[in-house]
Design a protein around this ligand. Structure first.
Ligand code: SAH
Length: 392
C-alpha cells in the first residue's frame, strides 16, 4: 500500500455561486432587498429550498415576475445528478453528484423500517490518507461549501417525501457525515450545515441533534471546538486500532494526535453533552482483529460513555486487506462485551453498488453519457485551514 501524505489545506478552486444556504438570515434578507424585493421573501425562498422545491413555477407565493430572478440569485443549482444506483431491493440509493467545477461527490440514502438515513460528503476526496479507505486513496480535491453539503441532505429529504425509495413516501430522520471527506477538516462549513440540519422550517430540516452524526478520524482541536460550541450531535471517532503503533499506519493522523488524546477529547465531548460517543472500528483480517486487540480496546473504553460500532472491512480495489471472518468478528464482540463495552456490528448497506463505508470514490467512474438532472443547491467560500476561525 502506498503511503499518501496527510493534506489539511484544500486546494483553492473557483467558489460555487452564492446560495441562500451559505448566508445568514440577515445576509439573505439583504440580498433579497438588493433585488428590490421585501426582505421576507428570503424566508419564502428558504422554505422552498428546504422542501426541495427547485422549479420557480411552483413558487406560487412569490410574484411571477420575480421568481426567476430570485431563484437565479439565491437558489442556483449546485448539485447535478450524474446517476443514481439502487441496491438492497430499492431501499438503498447512491447518488453521484457533479459540482459546479466538475468535482464529483457521492451521497447514500438508506431506508430502514424505523428511519431513513442519508450519508453525506463534506469534501470532494479526502486528505486523511487512510490506506483501507477508497476515498482516502483518492486525495483531497476540495472542501464543499455549506450549501453543497446541505443540498445533499435536502435532496434526500425530498426523495423520501416523494417516495423515490421503495416503500412509499417517508421522512428523512438521520444524517451521518460518513460519506467522502473528513468533516472536521472543513469545520466552518460543517458547522453551518449542522445549524441548517437542526433548524426548524423554514430555515432548516428540523432534525433532532441525536439523529445527526459527525464522524472523524480524530482531529483533536476540532473535536474540542465542537465541544465548546455546545451542540449535542452524535460524535463518532474512527479508531480502528487501540494502540498507537498500529493506528499510526491505519489512520495516519494518529502520528499527530495519539489514541489517548483522541479518547480524552471524545470523553470531554461526552461529559459536556451527556451523549455517548461511537467508536468506529473496521475489522480487517489479521491486521486489527486479534483477541488481544479486542482486550486492549475493552480496557481503553471500559467505564466510558462510549459504544463500539464494528464494521466488517469493505474491501477496496487494489487493497491487500479483507474483512475479518465471522468467528473472529464474534470473538471480538464477545471480548468487548465481557469488558462491559456496548458493541454492535454495522449492517453494510449498498456493498454491491460500492456505496458502503469507505467505498466512495467518485472520480474513477464517471459516465458522461448519462443524462443529468439539476437540483438547486448551495454556494460557498474559500477553503480554510484546519482549526481556522469560522466564516459564518
Ligand atoms: N473521515 C470521516 C468519515 C469517513 S467514512 C471518518 O474517518 O470518520 C465513515 C467510516 O467508514 C469511518 O469510520 C471510516 O474509517 C470507515 N471506513 C473507511 N473505509 C472503510 C472500509 N473500506 N471498510 C469499512 N469501513 C471503512
Amino acid at each position: 500500500m502506498t503511503a499518501l501524505p496527510l493534506i489539511f489545506d484544500a486546494p483553492r478552486r473557483g467558489k460555487p455561486p452564492r446560495h441562500l444556504a451559505d448566508l445568514t438570515r440577515d445576509e439573505a434578507r439583504a440580498a433579497v432587498a438588493e433585488l428590490g424585493q421585501p426582505a421576507f421573501r428570503a424566508d419564502q425562498l428558504a422554505r422552498h429550498f428546504y422542501r426541495g422545491v427547485t422549479d420557480p413555477a411552483q413558487m406560487t407565493d412569490l410574484p411571477a415576475d420575480a421568481r426567476e430572478a430570485l431563484t437565479q440569485a439565491l437558489l442556483p443549482g449546485l448539485l447535478t445528478v450524474v446517476r443514481h444506483q439502487t441496491a438492497d431491493d430499492g431501499r438503498t440509493r447512491k447518488t453521484l453528484w457533479r459540482l459546479h467545477d466538475g468535482a464529483l461527490v457521492e451521497s447514500v440514502l438508506m431506508r430502514y423500517p424505523e428511519r431513513a438515513t442519508v450519508c453525506i460528503s463534506s469534501q470532494a476526496g479526502c486528505g486523511m490518507a487512510c490506506p483501507f479507505c477508497a476515498t482516502g486513496q483518492q486525495g483531497l480535491t476540495r472542501n464543499l461549501s455549506a450549501a453543497e453539503i446541505i443540498g445533499q441532505a435536502v435532496a434526500a429529504a425530498a426523495a423520501m417525501a416523494d417516495g423515490e425509495l421503495d416503500g412509499g413516501p417517508g421522512r428523512l430522520s438521520n444524517v451521518v457525515f460518513m460519506g467522502m471527506g473528513e468533516p472536521l477538516a472543513n469545520y466552518p462549513r460543517v458547522r453551518k450545515t449542522l445549524e441548517a440540519l437542526l433548524a426548524p422550517a423554514p430555515h432548516g430540516l428540523g432534525l433532532s441533534q441525536r439523529s445527526v452524526t459527525v464522524s472523524t478520524v480524530g482531529l483533536v482541536p476540532a473535536i474540542r471546538r465542537l465541544t465548546e460550541e455546545g451542540r449535542n450531535v452524535t460524535l463518532a471517532v474512527s479508531l480502528h486500532a487501540p494502540d498507537d503503533e498500529l493506528r499510526d499506519t491505519l489512520v495516519p493522523i494518529n502520528t499527530r494526535w495519539k489514541v489517548g488524546e483522541v479518547i480524552d477529547a471524545a470523553d470531554a465531548y461526552a461529559r459536556k453533552t451527556g451523549r455517548r460517543y461511537s467508536i468506529e472500528y473496521a475489522l480487517i483480517r489479521d491486521v486489527n482483529d486479534q483477541p488481544f486487540r479486542a482486550d486492549l480496546l475493552g480496557r481503553l473504553l471500559a467505564g466510558k460513555l462510549a459504544h463500539v460500532n464494528l464494521i466488517p472491512l469493505n474491501p477496496t480495489p487494489g487493497s491487500k486487506w479483507d474483512a475479518s471472518p465471522l468467528p473472529a468478528q464474534r470473538e471480538f464482540v464477545a471480548r468487548l462485551r465481557a469488558a462491559g463495552v456496548p458493541t454492535t456490528v454495522r449492517d453494510t448497506r449498498g456493498q454491491d453498488i460500492d456505496g458502503a463505508c469507505g467505498q466512495l470514490a467518485a472520480a474513477d467512474s464517471v459516465d458522461l453519457g448519462v443524462p443529468s438532472v439539476a437540483v438547486p443547491v448551495p454556494s460557498v467560500e474559500a477553503p480554510v485551514e484546519l482549526g481556522a476561525e469560522g466564516d459564518e
